[in-house]
Design a protein around this ligand. Structure first.
Ligand SMILES: [Zn+2]
Length: 193
């Protein structure tokens, strides 16, 4: 198993000011109500905010596309293609990019499907539905493999994240009706547990 190339959730602790390099202190700034990393040298306050994870539930006929993770955390577990949103992209662009990077799949992006708050790790996970245009896959370096699974073939016990398993559960419950309303809910424990 390779050494972790990143940590999840990404480290939030910051020791030095990104503006002047002085050591930071943790305190509540004036007119604020939360502890922040504050620079007493230049006055910079380092606000931190949740990160978005964007992904797709790609569908091909009666199967869904899953990727086997080649990175930590959850190395070797199955996931929907998803990852951290980059600066200067939309959630839809990020979801498409992650699908391309992790599975090499050509898809047509569908409607927004799940929006999941995960406050324990300071993240919001967003999944779109997607239509796979070709069964040809080219998994990238973040995936050990990628493949299509019928509902009866989903490796429920080997899924990487609760946000992935709950999105799949909603999908297979909605599938008989053909109606896939957007769902917003919380996962109130660490996302991988
Ligand atoms: Zn500073």
């Amino acid at each position: 198993m390779p050494a972790p190339s990143f940590y999840f959730p990404a480290p939030r602790t910051q020791k030095f000011c990104s503006q002047c390099g002085a050591a930071l202190v943790i305190r509540i700034p004036p007119d604020d109500n939360r502890q922040r990393d504050v620079c007493e040298n230049c006055g910079a306050i380092h606000y931190q905010n949740p990160r978005n994870v964007v992904g797709v539930l790609p569908v091909l006929d009666d199967t869904v596309l899953l990727c086997k993770r080649a990175i930590q955390p959850r190395y070797g577990k199955w996931t929907l293609p998803a990852g951290f949103m980059e600066l200067s992209e939309t959630t839809a662009q990020g979801a498409m990019r992650e699908t391309q990077e992790e599975a090499g799949a050509q898809i047509e992006l569908g409607p927004l499907y799940t929006v999941i708050d995960v406050p324990a790790v300071n993240q919001v996970h967003i999944f779109y539905l997607g239509k796979v245009l070709s069964p040809e896959l080219h998994p990238g370096p973040e995936s050990l493999e990628a493949g299509f699974f019928k509902e009866s073939e989903i490796p429920w016990g080997d899924l990487a994240f609760r946000t992935v398993s709950s999105t799949l559960e909603h999908y297979f419950k909605d599938k008989p009706s053909g109606q896939f309303p957007t769902r917003h809910y919380d996962v109130l424990f660490p996302v991988g547990d």
